[in-house]
Design a protein around this ligand. Structure first.
Ligand code: IMP
Ligand code: MG
Length: 177
């Protein structure tokens, strides 16, 4: 496998969009204190940039979701939740790298809803609506992509490439299931 020579989304393009989403969120939550729930590992880099652009009071919590091996979802998401503070009564914004089939996110959102937050919303950096198997709608979305596999800015291929500052297409991959 190899990566596209040119980024699909450049650093500048990403930074501009992250600022726009942060402004939108800050406006929507101007009267509510936010609890940002970062979905590891993929959401870490997007969330770090987003939180620094969010000029509103907030706290952060982290969950870990695992669903992929290679480029195909195995359909059995595993979610690890360990919160410092209960989410009950909080205004929770889940921050994820990508919404693909929706399997991981639907399970995660259902589990978080059981904690009885005052509100629960979803912010994804990338959205691949054509890949959806389970209906999930993000409240905030950075960019919409077609059916392609990308890496960088937190997104991995077999744990690699998360550190790339831009988004690249993966070409010639052999799905490992
Ligand atoms: P879903 O359960 O199919 O929605 O899978 C969501 C998870 O799959 C994401 O959190 C990513 O870890 C991974 N994923 C989906 N599409 C891509 C991609 O294009 N690149 C890298 N990881 C992806
Ligand atoms: Mg992944």
């Amino acid at each position: 496998m190899r990566l596209s020579e040119r980024p699909v989304l450049t650093e500048a393009h990403i930074a501009k969009r992250v600022r726009e989403i942060a402004n939108e969120i800050a406006h929507d939550y101007r009267e509510r204190e936010l609890t940002v729930v970062v979905v590891l590992k993929g959401g870490a880099i997007f969330a770090a940039d987003l939180c620094r652009e969010l000029r509103v009071p907030l706290t952060t919590e982290y969950v870990r979701a695992k669903s992929y091996s290679g480029t195909e979802s195995n359909g059995q998401p595993h979610i690890e939740i360990a919160f410092d503070e209960p989410l009950k009564g909080k205004h929770v914004l889940v921050v994820e790298d990508i919404l693909d089939t929706g399997r991981t996110t639907s399970v995660l959102m259902r589990q978080l809803a059981e904690h009885r937050p005052a509100s629960l919303a979803l912010c994804v950096f990338l959205n691949k609506p054509v890949r959806r198997v389970i209906e999930v709608q993000p409240n905030y979305s950075g960019f919409t992509l077609g059916d392609r596999f990308v890496v960088g800015y937190g997104l991995d291929y077999e744990q690699r490439f998360r550190n790339l500052p831009a988004i690249y297409d993966v070409r010639d991959f052999t799905p490992s299931q």
